[in-house]
Design a protein around this ligand. Structure first.
Ligand code: DSN
Length: 439
């Protein structure tokens, strides 16, 4: 009897085909990248770096890793690349390990303002526990206030400033970040994980002229395998010529063991695809789709944090209906065939676990080949689902919340209104392959 794992994978593929994915940090893999992930490269240990491994038999693995490095150097025009981080959090952690000593001050955007846990979340992460973390926040309009950031920088004199986001719908002004970091001689790390394709495609300003170090996951808009890379720029290396060696050492032996060779081969392939003219068109379409989806949501009566988007994502503010409605809306949308994620809004009046927002992004649907017409329709479906569940107010008593959410989930699981939308969604979604050639 075949292992039920294979049946579950088949069902998951069908789920992805029939539904519409709007999680801004996800993407569908190009077949060329997918094909190397299950290759013999996974069988090989290669601790160390090309030409200086701790295991024999790595002559070809060396060539693959060097090709990945060379392609990324060419793509971003940077002098140093490391492709070994297993994912984004280890990459961010390695940069901090390379640049800082325990107790040094770091500044990153708070999670509640759209930042990332590893950018110094004060309570639950390595970065918040081992360093003196001072977080900056967005203002009432949901935007980074660079004057406040400058004042905080001058007051706390961080050794590292991180410019990076996970649910921030606006352009990051890397030139301003550089100028502010220079006030106190701080390192500037740009975490471009979410916007990598936009940067490559010219749809978002590049941090290369400004940041000292840049990192990105490779499985989001970059459209590669799960993994990450770290880049050091000319100005970073000018500040400290040993910067690259420090980052290498922070990855191994500092933090990780053997590299994931199959992922590194996938990164090399993704980098080559990203250098093609069609990748620029893909990046443009991500943004066109994002603008079209945002407009459709607004036209259908929904409120967006900051009233719109300048990149691939947007956050719906559900507080006009009730505080803490994000979980109910995200769950009901999934029943209706649209998967997204609940998300905190700036100055969240509820909690990160039961937030009042919904984060939506267009990389997945763009890769499938969907365009503005589909975005208009998706916006209408989302508005209908919100309207349908907007009365499902989260209890204010903490202890009652879990019971309420469980009962809500049970009630809507077979809701006929949501099921009807699901059939409409399925009819459209099934017309688009997961990876549209040249999308
Ligand atoms: N988990 C990623 C995201 O969804 O944005 C960030 O690491």
């Amino acid at each position: 009897m075949s292992d039920p794992i294979f049946q579950l994978i088949t069902e998951e593929e069908q789920r992805q085909i029939e539904k519409i994915g709007l999680i801004p940090s996800e993407n569908h893999l190009p077949p060329q990248v997918a094909s190397v992930l299950s290759s013999c490269l996974s069988s090989k240990y290669a601790e160390g770096y090309a030409g200086r491994r701790y295991y024999e038999g790595n002559q070809l693995i060396d060539q693959i890793e060097l090709m990945a490095i060379g392609r990324l150097k060419e793509l971003f025009q940077v002098p140093y690349v490391n492709v070994q981080p297993h994912s984004g959090s280890p990459a961010n952690t390695a940069v901090q390990f390379a640049l800082l000593n325990p107790g040094d001050t770091i500044m990153g955007l708070s999670l509640g303002s759209g930042g990332h846990l590893t950018h110094g979340h004060p309570k639950v992460t390595f970065s918040g526990k081992y360093f003196n973390s001072v977080q900056y926040h967005v203002n009432e309009e949901g935007r980074i206030d660079y004057d406040v950031l400058r004042a905080l920088t001058i007051e706390y004199k961080p050794k590292l400033i991180i410019a990076g986001t996970t649910s921030y719908p606006f352009i990051l002004d890397f030139a301003k970040f550089r100028d502010i970091a220079d006030e106190v001689g701080a390192w500037l790390l740009a975490d471009i994980s979410h916007i990598t394709a936009l940067v490559i495609g010219g749809e978002h300003p590049s941090p290369v002229p400004y940041a000292d170090v840049i990192m990105s996951t490779t499985h989001k808009t970059f459209r590669g395998p799960r993994g990450a890379f770290i880049l050091a720029t000319e100005q970073g290396l000018a500040k400290d010529p040993k910067l690259g060696a420090q980052i290498d050492k922070a990855i191994i032996p500092g933090l990780q063991g053997g590299p994931h060779n199959a992922s590194i081969a996938g990164i090399a392939i993704a980098a080559q695809l990203a250098a093609r003219p069609s990748f620029k068109i893909y990046a443009q379409q991500i943004k066109k789709n994002s603008l079209a989806l945002a407009q459709s949501l607004i036209d259908n009566g929904l409120k967006l944090v900051g009233n719109g988007t300048e990149n691939h994502l947007m956050v719906v503010d559900l507080t006009p209906y009730s505080v803490g409605l994000g979980t109910q809306v995200a769950f009901a949308l999934d029943i209706a065939g649209i998967y997204a994620n609940r998300n905190a809004i700036p100055n969240e009046p509820s909690s990160p676990f039961y937030p009042s927002g919904l984060r939506l992004g267009t990389p997945l649907v763009t890769t499938r080949g969907m365009k503005e017409a589909e975005m208009v329709k998706i916006g209408e479906w989302i508005a209908k689902v919100v309207e349908h569940v907007k009365g499902e107010t989260l209890p204010t008593e903490r202890l009652e919340r879990r019971v309420f959410i469980n009962a809500f989930k049970e009630n809507v699981a077979n809701d006929s209104y949501l099921q009807a939308i699901r059939q409409e969604v399925k009819a459209i979604a099934s017309q688009f392959p997961l990876f549209q050639k040249d999308a």
